[in-house]
Ligand binder design. Sequence first.
Ligand code: PGA
Length: 234
Amino acid sequence: MKIIAGNWKMNGSRAGLENMLCDLENVDTDNTVILCVPYTMLCAGNARVAIGAQDVSQHTHGAYTGSVSAQMVADAGAKYVIVGHSECRQYNGDTNSIVCQKAAQVLANGMIPIVCVGETMDEKQAGKTMAVIESGVRESIPSDVSTPIIVAYEPRWAIGAGLTPTADEIACAHALIAKTLADMGLAGTPVLYGASVKGANAAEIMSISNVDGVLVGGASLKSDDFIPIITSVK
Ligand code: PGA
């Protein structure tokens, strides 16, 4: 059983989500299916699909105009929240330390954080991939986790670019993440792969060891693209 999570980013509409939920409701799968949608579309999902948010404030409440708290997204029906997505790290200045605070807020409100880590092209070219991944995992996850979390490895240079690392590169990154999580007392934490996943490569990627599922951007927007990913593995 794998975890298939979609990330709609700043796309879609409430009507589009309704249609997607209907389309997914009868898909025959034992996999866990999650859709992380914009705040305005948060809802309770259905028996087949759990809803997640894509970010959350590191603060509990107060004078933070434009921000949305973990309590608010939980109240709206979210079960999961992506934290530390590369676009939030790039455009909003999220550091490992801020991501860690956000993950703590998500956990404190009874939801499951999907903590993203991954290297930029500059870091890859400088030979820093493994160091960036390990520090990302160690520094972005709170020290006192006692309820489930999910980690996502997203090579930042590959997101939305139609590029994917080699199977060996994915295997090395996931082995390091699994080992680091075990060191932190979090053995068994699911680790997703994300970046340019589509129907044509999903099964192969999910057959790599320590890959427990996928985080899908562009190919999660339409049922015709997302369903083949969900059904590509048992
Ligand atoms: P992509 O995005 O599948 O469009 O590359 C992945 C992500 O940003 O989570």
